[in-house]
Design a binder for this molecule. Structure first.
Ligand code: NI
Length: 164
């Protein structure tokens, strides 16, 4: 396993739509292992998508503190409900945080590492992370959802855990 370098703006890989995984083979399993190690290299990290480490595949790993990692291959959001204002940052836009609207609850589906379908209904930070990571896989970033860049600010110590 290895801690990988996290790509940051303006790296073009972050703006490309990632490719569907057709087969969960050894290379995908190794990628997931490396992504998990990279995610846990800093306790403030909540989620990581494959294109953030330079691999343009639909693979994401979410690590909510105190909970087991969620690995999703080919994830998609199938339902969104409600709306709430959140503060959100991204490991690929280091040092900044902005305000935007996210759904109150989301339902996501994808495949686990064993190839079986996983369906997750989530609220709070997990819902936010699911939206944030599926956006990454479509080449989108949280700043795309901001009405105005006026709320973009420098990250403060109390924002720990908001970089997704
Ligand atoms: Ni991010």
């Amino acid at each position: 396993m290895a801690v990988l370098t996290i790509r940051t703006l303006p790296d073009p890989v972050l703006r490309q739509k990632t490719k569907t995984v057709n087969r969960i083979d050894r290379s995908v399993k190794k990628l997931v292992a490396d992504m998990r190690e990279t995610l846990h290299a800093d306790p403030g990290r909540v989620g990581l998508s494959a294109n953030q480490v330079g691999v343009s595949l639909r693979v994401t790993v979410i690590g909510i503190p105190e909970e087991e990692d969620i690995i999703l291959i080919n994830p998609e959001i199938v339902r969104r409900k409600g709306q709430r204002l959140v503060s959100e940052g991204c490991l690929s836009i280091p040092g900044y945080i902005g305000e935007l609207y996210r759904a109150e609850t989301v339902t996501a589906k994808g495949l686990g590492l064993d190839g079986k379908e996983v369906r997750i209904k989530a609220e709070g930070l997990l819902a936010q992370a699911l939206e944030h990571e599926t956006d990454h896989l479509d080449g989108k970033l949280y700043i795309d959802h901001m009405d105005s860049m006026d709320t973009l600010r420098k990250i403060e110590p109390e924002d720990t855990g908001k970089e997704i």
